[in-house]
Design a protein around this ligand. Structure first.
Ligand code: NAD
Length: 289
């Protein structure tokens, strides 16, 4: 895949803005689409802040930072972004029906040879692909947060994906400086078979009153050598997303993924984590992702 390719990123939230930044840093022209104008404005602000941090650390020049930002075109209307796309990366909310609707629209609006990727955390790539008339061109690209700093991703071909599409996805990842691993189209793929179960049990511990959030997280960072504890990690991912993934894995794979009632309680109260300023922990305005 050449650096002149046009990438359209759909959804400018926690993942979408990072994917757009990564793509622009790799030299791609990026259209970043979100139905929510505020989310789009916030996404651009976060990308700008992140680039300025890189400039301060001497990892990018001011000129490079401006060029990267200049390669990102923010849009609220998909029709304006899709017509020239070579690659689309969908990063909208984790809901199967929403993703199917987005893919049906993409099928109608993008060039017939465009590759359509989803950043779903756990959902079936084949089911999403069947919303289009080109399931051979649909693939999963499961990025990790924070995307511009992450060094790996899962590439998930479904049973309907062509080898050419998988190859194009692998080339894209390597061009972006990321080491890709191919995973099977099975609920949760590889990493999200493990992480949600771990996070869920941390919520059960918390809810049972066995330990405070600080103790749970500190023990996991010091004792297990994890970079971040499970509850802080859940706040970063978004508790709504964690719950959606657990509900899906519970339906598909059974009892071991039954969502913790204490996680549900926080989500029902609108406490989604860092993106809303409150989850397990409370965040001040400067910390909201
Ligand atoms: P988020 O809630 O931060 O952002 C989702 C964005 O999608 C919102 O800004 C919303 O306005 C936008 N959106 C909703 N419907 C849309 C539409 N029809 N068209 C355009 N934009 C639309 O969510 P997120 O955490 O960025 O998650 C996005 C996807 O990435 C999900 O599938 C999630 O499972 C997956 N994912 C998340 C993480 C994580 O750490 N948060 C990690 C890997 C994968």
């Amino acid at each position: 895949m050449k650096a002149s390719v046009q990438v359209t990123v759909i959804g400018a939230g926690i993942m979408g803005h990072g994917i757009a930044q990564l793509c622009a840093q790799s030299g791609f022209q990026v259209s970043l689409v979100d139905v929510d104008r505020t989310a789009l404005d916030q996404a651009l602000l976060k990308i700008e802040t992140s680039l300025q941090t890189l400039v301060k650390k001497g990892r990018r020049t001011q000129k490079e930072a401006e060029e990267i930002l200049g390669r990102i075109r923010p849009l609220t209307v998909l029709e304006q972004a899709a017509g020239e796309a070579d690659l689309v990366i969908e990063a909208v909310t984790e809901e199967l029906n929403l993703k199917k609707k987005v893919f049906a629209d993409l099928d109608r609006l993008t060039p017939p040879d465009a590759v359509l990727a989803t950043n779903t955390s756990a959902l079936s790539i084949a089911q999403i692909a069947l919303a289009t008339a080109r399931p051979d061109k649909v693939i999963g690209l499961h990025f990790f947060y924070p995307v511009p700093l992450s060094s790996t991703l899962e590439v998930i071909p479904s049973l309907l994906t062509s080898p050419e599409t998988t190859e194009a996805a692998l080339v894209f990842a390597r061009t972006a400086g990321i080491e890709p691993f191919v995973a099977k189209d099975f609920p949760g793929f590889i990493v999200n078979r493990l992480l949600p179960a771990f996070i869920n049990e941390a919520f059960n511990l918390l809810g049972e009153g066995q330990a405070s959030p600080e103790v749970i997280d500190r023990l996991c960072t010091l004792g297990l050598g994890h970079g971040i504890g499970p509850l802080r990690m859940a706040d970063l991912i978004g508790l709504d997303t964690v719950l959606s993934v657990l509900e899906y894995l519970h339906r598909e794979l059974g009892e071991r993924y039954r969502p913790s009632p204490w996680l549900k309680q926080l989500v029902r109260a609108g406490k989604y984590g860092r993106k809303t300023g409150q989850g397990v922990y409370t965040y001040d305005k400067s910390e909201i992702v």
